[in-house]
Design a protein around this ligand. Structure first.
Ligand code: HEM
Length: 140
């Protein structure tokens, strides 16, 4: 993704989609005090936006993708990712008895955790040298 380092890949596109969706989600959270209807719409758009990237990630995993280091991070990412999707489906399909603040807070927490782990997965896959430079991979 950085200029001159390697060709642009689908994983880069997936990353850009995930970043846009995450910012949209944050914006939806910010909107909730102004209009609850637009909060719901924007959060749903964020969810639909992320779907193609999720299909791509699941496909990659099904093809046997693993990490060169710390593969447990990928497993943890997938576990949180699946939980994020399940809670997301509950909200976008308007299951009202679950649409309460405490579950929405849980969804934001799950999404944020999955997203940050996803960024870590991306760095481990394509730029492990960045982690070496902060000595995180020295003991592997
Ligand atoms: C809302 C849910 C999810 C979010 C926000 C998310 C986020 C991310 C991000 C930001 C990356 C790095 C960019 C990339 O390479 O695509 C990534 C990579 C990855 N994720 Fe997820 N993820 C989610 C769900 C899942 C699920 C459900 C799985 C598998 C069951 C999964 C498997 C992977 C794999 C294998 C990669 C490695 C690289 C790739 O395939 O592109 N993710 N994820």
């Amino acid at each position: 993704m950085f200029p001159g380092s390697r060709p642009f890949m689908l994983s880069d596109l997936s990353l850009l989609i995930q970043i846009s969706a995450f910012f949209l989600l944050i914006y939806a959270v910010y909107r909730r005090r102004k209009s609850i209807a637009s909060h719901g719409k924007i959060a749903s758009v964020a969810f639909y936006l992320v779907l193609p990237a999720i299909f791509y990630m699941v496909y990659n995993r099904a093809q046997g993708l693993t990490l060169p280091y710390y593969n447990w991070i990928l497993s943890f990412h997938m576990l949180l990712g699946i939980m994020t999707i399940i809670t997301g489906i509950i909200f976008v399909t308007n299951q009202w008895k679950w649409k309460i603040k405490k579950y929405m807070d849980l969804e934001i927490l799950l999404w944020t955790g999955t997203f940050l782990l996803g960024i870590t997965v991306y760095i481990l896959l394509f730029y492990p040298v960045l982690l070496e430079s902060v000595s995180l991979l020295r003991f592997v």
